[in-house]
Design a protein around this ligand. Structure first.
Ligand code: THU
Length: 160
């Protein structure tokens, strides 16, 4: 028997102005994406923006359905759009922003478990980590250097 420690690193910022210009730009794009969110049922609007290695920026936003489980998170909309429009182009960064029509989102909104698993495939396939930046409407901003740091002991294609 052996006990191991594992750790993930994240940088916590107090204000967007502390991030690089490139990071601020991708956050701005995520906010534009959030404006295209369709979330009449949860009233919770999420925007995601992906910066690709070729300079293209992809927007995704959550899209809901009256048949609730049929909706989709902003992150998966964005990464599937990137994967289908630009296969084999590396993802450099993903920014996620969220706000609610019923409350003030004052905590950084990280990708849900299903999104982390979905995003991981793209990171593993491109053999290079990509940064994930996430935030709420107010409060701290979190940046991680890779997707795998958000999903330790994850399942990937190496098992298949
Ligand atoms: N949602 C996202 O788009 N991304 C997340 O990381 C968390 C949740 C969406 C799904 C649903 O439309 C709404 O937020 C409330 O869960």
């Amino acid at each position: 028997m052996k006990k191991i420690n594992f750790s993930s690193e994240a940088i916590i910022y107090d204000d967007v102005s502390e991030l690089s210009k490139e990071d601020q730009e991708i956050i701005k794009e995520a906010n534009i994406a959030k404006g295209k969110s369709y979330a009449p049922y949860s009233q919770f609007n999420v925007g995601a923006a992906i910066l690709l290695e070729n300079g293209v920026i992809i927007h995704g936003s959550n899209q809901e359905s009256a048949a609730y489980p049929s909706g989709m998170c902003a992150e998966r909309v964005a990464v599937w759009k990137a994967g289908s429009e630009y296969p084999n182009v590396k993802i450099l960064k993903l920014a996620i922003v969220a706000s609610s029509k019923t409350t003030v989102v004052d905590k950084p909104v990280g990708p849900c478990g299903a999104c982390r698993q979905t995003l991981l495939d793209y990171e593993v396939n491109q053999k290079a980590p990509f940064e994930v930046i996430f935030m709420g409407e107010v409060g701290k901003i979190i940046k991680t250097e890779s997707l795998v740091s958000l999903l330790p002991f994850s399942f990937d294609s190496s098992y298949l």
